[in-house]
Write a protein that binds this ligand. Structure first.
Ligand code: ZN
Length: 344
């Protein structure tokens, strides 16, 4: 089969790799019908050291179950399934608490002999605990939005929950990438009244407005902080969604939270420490977040996607075949595309 392999910064290739096949009795093999490139795939794309063997890429995919191991109970060949961006058993103490990203028997795609999602097929470990059957056909018009449930929409929702978004709240979203845009959707969905997007790309800003952003702040650093304060009666936002992970965006996020507010961090941190400690301490600002347990959120978000109440799939502005993946990485890295979907 063919799949995406990264060999170093800027070096993405489509190659022939061993076919996906069952290894454990709890595995399923999924023939991929849609996949996507994630903003987090761009970190190795920018910085990965040269590797002889390469690294299989991708963790966002939907596909059809081709084969299931003898212990798999909830899935059968032919089922269309959506895969959260990590696999998990669904039974351990953390899975039962809805934190499948900390599953005691879970793991990530593309590591330890598990296929990446940007390829023709994937062996999914712990298939019963991981995969969710979709009640639509593989070519349904909702496919782009359903693909976002694997990661970005779940991650935006996680940021909103971590930032304690609720009815009537003032929310600021730092970052206008796909996760930030989904954060806008999530904030409105949870009843936020004012949603301020901090971003500066015109195409993303107009999409954010359509998703329900009420204000846009394009200034950065201290100017951006000042602008958010002006928009919030000088108080700052109740809830701040940090959707980038860089030092400056983190400082900005912490600086625009109002006393007693909360910051939900879902941008993978590129720095070791959380800055601006003293002010956030004095202001009783809660700092929460981490990788989203997408598996826990799919069931909650799925009805809204199926009913068309939310349309997170609009973040995809480039669609292509598997051979377009290297070009898709380039386009996302150069900010020519917000997010790329792959059709098989
Ligand atoms: Zn578990």
């Amino acid at each position: 089969m063919r799949a995406t392999v990264m060999y170093g910064a800027g070096e993405v290739r489509i190659e022939t790799v061993p076919d996906a096949g069952l290894v454990e009795a709890t595995d399923a093999v999924v023939r991929v019908t849609r996949a996507a490139i994630c903003g987090s795939d761009l970190w190795p794309y920018k910085s990965m050291e040269q590797s002889e063997t390469g690294r299989r890429m991708g963790h966002e995919f939907i596909g059809v179950v081709e084969d299931a191991g003898s212990d798999v109970r909830t899935l059968k060949a032919g089922d269309l399934v959506v895969a959260p961006f990590v696999w998990s058993d669904g039974t351990c103490v953390f899975c039962q608490e809805g934190l499948q990203t900390s599953c005691l028997h879970g793991g990530r795609y593309g590591f330890d002999g598990v296929d990446g999602g940007q390829g023709e097929a994937v062996r999914v470990p712990q298939a019963d605990g991981t995969l969710v059957v979709l009640p639509v056909g593989a070519d349904d018009a909702l496919m782009p939005s359903l693909v976002t449930l694997t990661d970005v929409m779940a991650t935006g929702h996680h940021a909103a929950l971590a930032a304690r978004v609720g009815p009537g709240k003032t929310v600021a979203v730092v970052g206008d990438g796909a996760v930030g845009l989904c954060g806008v959707i999530a904030a409105r969905r949870l009843g936020a009244e004012q949603v301020i997007l901090l971003g500066r790309h015109s195409d993303r800003i107009s999409l954010a407005r359509e998703f329900g952003a009420t204000d846009i702040v394009s200034e950065r650093g201290d100017e951006g902080v000042e602008r958010v304060r002006e928009l919030t009666d000088g108080l700052g936002a109740h809830s701040v969604l940090e959707c980038v992970g860089l030092e400056q965006s983190t400082v900005t996020a912490l600086s625009i939270a109002r006393p007693g507010g909360a910051v939900g961090r879902v941008g993978v941190p590129q720095e070791e420490s959380i800055p601006a400690g003293l002010t956030t301490f004095m202001d009783n600002v809660a700092i929460a977040g981490g990788p989203a347990p997408a598996r826990a959120y799919i069931e909650e978000l799925l009805p809204d996607v199926l009913a068309g109440r939310i349309e997170p799939g609009r973040v995809f502005d480039r669609v292509g075949p598997l051979d377009d993946v290297p070009g898709g990485y380039r386009a996302m890295n150069e900010r020519e595309a917000i997010k790329v979907m792959i059709e098989f």
